[in-house]
Structures are given as structure tokens and as C-alpha cells.
Design a protein around this ligand. Structure first.
Ligand SMILES: Cc1ncc(COP(=O)(O)O)c(C=O)c1O
Length: 487
């Protein structure tokens, strides 16, 4: 190949060395600046401004790696900042992020053992080592997949294969099928059901109590009602925990119901299954050992870069029933339960070498890393709730089970104005960028929502957040005539 060809340049090891050094150098500074709060969490740009900015860069500015990195970092959300208390996305441990780089470079596809010897073996070890934390025995097995959404769909496809009376994979189905799940479950469960073609009737939403926990006493009447309508309920999904408020369903009660009715019991533990690593908080997931399958996102409460999700099965044999795909260019026999050809059991064909990220953290820091982290963040959730309860003009939505805390600024003004006030506080402070938190609607009311993800967030930061909200709230109530005439 011509030495000056673009291809030759793109693959030149010395260029890579130089580029990698620049990237690491910039990221080291970034990590220091974010952790020491030398920068703010987020510089807000409207979608139009952001697009125009990058279009201009694409059209007119020559590529300079350092400049490009600077631009990307300046305009990104900084999860490593202790004032990041927004969505449930994990704060990546740098070692694990480096494993993403290795995975991207090697690009071993993983669908079959031949192109994923290392990552397949590591995946097996990770799953087998972690399954006992769910109270699972020797027969347990599972797979890593790209996100909780896909993980929940995969587990529900397995449930369908194991529990539907008809052989749906081969011939479709004539009988109406459904699952039961709390009305507060993540939307991806609803999406999985509709993706399987069961429509709205296929997802029976069980109401929740005042704390947003599934009312398990309603499982029997809802199940009987479905039966009367000719719908075969095949599974119940327990939330551990719900997304909006971080509430853990009573898994023991759901497990007992599923056992009595011979239903598949699936736990969506995308966020909260990590409680199994904290002796203090493990009781939140009592009953998880009864589940036929559990989904746990490593990229939420386990400090690993997205996307990395585990789908764990109590009986590993079930995992081979999900898909029956003839693919002679990959494997000879679909029926054979070959643990090492992961493509037989995952939705993905080509898959990232995600096991590297998990394995490296487990080896370097041990389970103690997760134990410390989960306990610390869940404790902080409780401490923050206590602070909110004792701060005038603030109202806690619900006593938190974990590190998701919802509350609102609630001075004495008419209820409808509180909605507008909290929406405006959220918008103004998001644009300001010092803190990043989100909002949600609970039983028709707007609440500010924090998920305490950053291991360096302290109660002092959260105190400062409340002060900033109060300050903004006061400014708004004074500048909006309608409020000031009342307050
Ligand atoms: C309870 C729960 N399940 C599933 C998901 C979806 O996971 P992912 O974003 O990895 O697809 C989320 C995401 O927030 C969640 O909170």
C-alpha cells in the first residue's frame, strides 16, 4: 500500500499512540476538573444552537484532535461532577472506560466463540460469579446484552417460550397473551409487550399504593378478570425498583403468586438489583431468589459505562429457549446448548465485548466496590430525604427506598401555581448548569427528581441544591405578579 494513502495513515500505530496519549491526557484533566468542581455540570445549548454549532464545525473547521476533544467535553453532561444528580446513568470508573476502548479496538464480534474467545469466557465467569448474589444455585446462567430495555424484552421472550401454551416462535399464536406489571414500571416493559404484538391488552397494569409499590393483593382479581376475557397471563414483572421514585415492589408476594399460578416471575432490577451487593440494603430485594429471570444494568448502579446489562436465569436451560434461529454460517445446530456461542441466546448478533468492563472491575476492586457504593448512595438518599423533611417550604414526594429522591418546592401558594413554579425552577437551574437534576410527574403533580449516582456527592452538595432551588423559587415568586400578590 502506498505509504501516503489515507488507509495507511488511519491505521498507523505511531499516530494511534499520539492520539491515545492526547485523549488520555485530556480525560485526566477532565476527571480532575469535574471531581474538584472546577467546571459546572452542563453548559446548556438549545438543540438548534447545538446542531448549528456542530454543522459549522463539520463544514468549516479542520480536524484538530485536541480542539475537538475540548469542544466535546465542554458541551457534554459531566457525570463525574458531584453536582450531577440527574438520570440513572452510571458514573464510569476509569478502568472500566478503558476496557471500552480495548473492546472497540479489538472489535471481537462475540456472536460466536470463534470471534470472541476471551469475551465469551469472561462473560461466563461474570454471570456465574454474580448469579449466587440473587440466591441462585449451580444451574443459573445468563447473558450480557445491550441495555435494560433489550434485557427485559429478552427475558419476556424467554417467558413466552416457556409458558405460552402455543409454540409461538414456530407458528405464532391464536390465544391472547399478557403479562402483569405495576403501573409505575419502566415504559420498556410496556414496549416489550407491544413489540411482541400483544397490544394494549397484553400489558395488565396493576395499580400502586401511596408509596408507588404494586398492590399485590390485586394480582388475583386482575388475573381472574384476564382469564374471564380469554387472555392467558404468562408472567408477572416485579420492579426493583421503579424508575420515577425508586420504589421496590414486594418481590416475595409476587414470587408466591407466580408459584401458585405457575407463571413466569421476572424482576426488572435494572437500577435496584444492585442492592444484592449491600448487606444493609439486600432486604429490599428479598424474594428475588424466587424469580425465573432478573435484569440488572451494570451501567446504572454498578459504575460501568453504557450499555452493559445482565439477564440472569434461575435455570440456565431456559435461556436456550428464547430464540431458535438457524444460522449455518455461525453454528451447526441451534438445539445444542453451547454456552460459548452467545449469539444463540442474545438478541444481538455482533456484540460489544462488554464482559471486559465488568470482569476488570471485579478483579481490580472486588465486589467490595459495589457494596461500598450501593450502601453509600442509598444511605445518602435517606439522609437527603431527612434534610428535605426538615427544610421549610419543601415537600418530599415519598420516603425513598434508595438513592432516587423526589420532592418539590412548596411555599404557600395555590396548588396550580406550584406546578408552574417547579417546572420553571427546573428549567432555570438546568440552563444555569451548576447542578443537574430532572423532574417527573407523580399522581398528576410535578416533582423535582434526583438520582444520587455520583460517589462524591455529599449532603453538603444537596443542602446547596435546596438553597439554590429556594433562591430561584423566591426570585420567581417575587417577579411573577400572580405569586407575589398571594404570598
Ligand atoms: C427500572 C428500569 N428498567 C429498565 C430501564 C431501561 O434500561 P436501559 O436504559 O438500559 O435500556 C430503566 C432505565 O432507566 C429502568 O429504570
Amino acid at each position: 500500500m502506498n505509504k501516503n494513502s489515507i488507509l495507511e495513515q488511519a491505521f498507523d500505530p505511531q499516530s494511534f499512540k499520539w492520539q491515545a496519549e492526547q485523549v488520555v491526557h485530556v480525560l485526566v484533566d477532565y476527571l480532575q476538573n469535574a471531581q474538584s468542581e472546577a467546571i459546572i455540570t452542563n453548559h446548556y445549548q438549545s438543540p438548534e444552537d447545538s446542531l448549528a454549532y456542530w454543522q459549522k464545525h463539520f463544514d468549516h473547521i479542520p480536524f484538530d484532535l485536541n480542539h475537538f476533544l475540548e469542544m466535546v467535553l465542554d458541551r457534554s453532561m459531566h457525570l463525574h461532577h458531584p453536582k450531577y444528580v440527574g438520570h440513572q446513568v452510571g458514573v464510569a470508573v476509569p478502568l472500566s472506560a478503558l476496557m471500552s476502548l480495548v473492546s472497540s479496538m479489538l472489535n471481537n464480534g462475540m456472536a460466536v466463540y470463534e470471534v470472541g474467545q476471551v469475551s465469551s469466557a469472561l462473560e461466563r465467569i461474570v454471570i456465574k460469579e454474580l448469579a449466587p448474589y440473587f440466591g441462585y444455585g449451580e444451574q443459573a446462567d445468563g447473558v450480557l446484552t445491550s441495555g435494560g430495555t433489550l434485557g427485559n424484552l429478552t427475558a419476556l421472550l424467554t417467558a413466552r417460550a416457556c409458558k405460552a401454551k402455543e409454540s409461538v416462535w414456530e407458528s405464532g399464536h391464536t390465544q391472547k397473551l399478557a403479562i402483569m406489571v405495576s403501573e409505575e414500571a419502566h415504559y420498556c416493559v410496556d414496549r416489550a409487550v407491544r413489540t411482541m404484538g400483544w397490544g394494549e391488552e397484553g400489558v395488565i397494569k396493576v395499580p400502586t399504593d401511596a408509596e408507588f409499590r404494586m398492590r399485590t393483593e390485586l394480582l388475583t382479581p386482575y388475573f381472574l378478570e384476564a382469564q374471564q376475557k380469554g387472555i392467558q397471563v404468562i408472567a408477572v414483572v416485579g420492579s426493583a425498583c421503579t424508575t420515577s421514585t425508586g420504589t421496590f415492589d414486594d418481590l416475595k408476594a409476587i414470587g408466591a403468586f407466580c408459584k401458585a399460578q405457575d407463571l413466569w416471575f421476572h424482576v426488572d432490577g435494572a437500577h435496584g438489583a444492585a442492592a444484592v451487593f449491600s448487606p444493609e440494603y439486600q432486604p429490599l430485594v428479598d424474594g428475588i431468589e424466587m424469580a425465573d429471570s432478573v435484569v440488572m444494568d451494570f451501567h446504572k448502579m454498578l459504575l460501568i459505562p453504557a450499555l452493559t446489562t445482565g439477564v440472569f436465569y434461575k435455570d440456565g436451560k431456559d435461556s436456550y429457549r428464547t430464540f431458535h434461529q438457524k444460522a449455518h454460517y455461525l453454528w451447526n445446530n441451534q438445539e445444542e446448548a453451547e454456552w460459548f456461542n452467545y449469539g444463540k441466546r442474545t438478541f444481538e448478533c455482533t456484540k460489544l465485548m462488554m464482559s471486559l468492563k465488568v470482569y476488570a472491575l471485579m478483579k481490580a476492586y472486588g465486589i467490595q466496590l459495589w457494596e461500598e457504593y450501593v450502601t453509600r448512595m442509598f444511605n445518602l438518599g435517606k439522609e437527603f430525604a431527612q434534610l428535605i423533611r426538615h427544610t421549610p417550604n419543601f415537600e418530599l414526594a415519598v420516603e425513598p427506598d434508595c438513592n432516587i429522591v423526589c420532592f418539590r418546592y412548596a411555599p404557600t401558594i395555590p396548588t396550580q401555581d406550584l406546578e408552574e413554579l417547579n417546572n420553571q425552577i427546573h428549567l432555570n437551574l438546568y440552563e444555569k448548569g451548576e447542578f443537574y437534576f430532572v423532574k417527573t410527574k407523580l399522581k398528576g403533580k410535578t416533582y423535582l427528581r434526583t438520582t444520587l449516582m455520583n460517589p462524591f456527592t455529599s449532603i453538603t452538595h444537596l443542602q446547596a441544591l435546596l438553597e439554590q432551588i429556594e433562591e430561584e423559587g423566591l426570585k420567581l415568586t417575587q417577579t411573577i405578579d400572580r405569586y407575589s400578590s398571594i404570598s
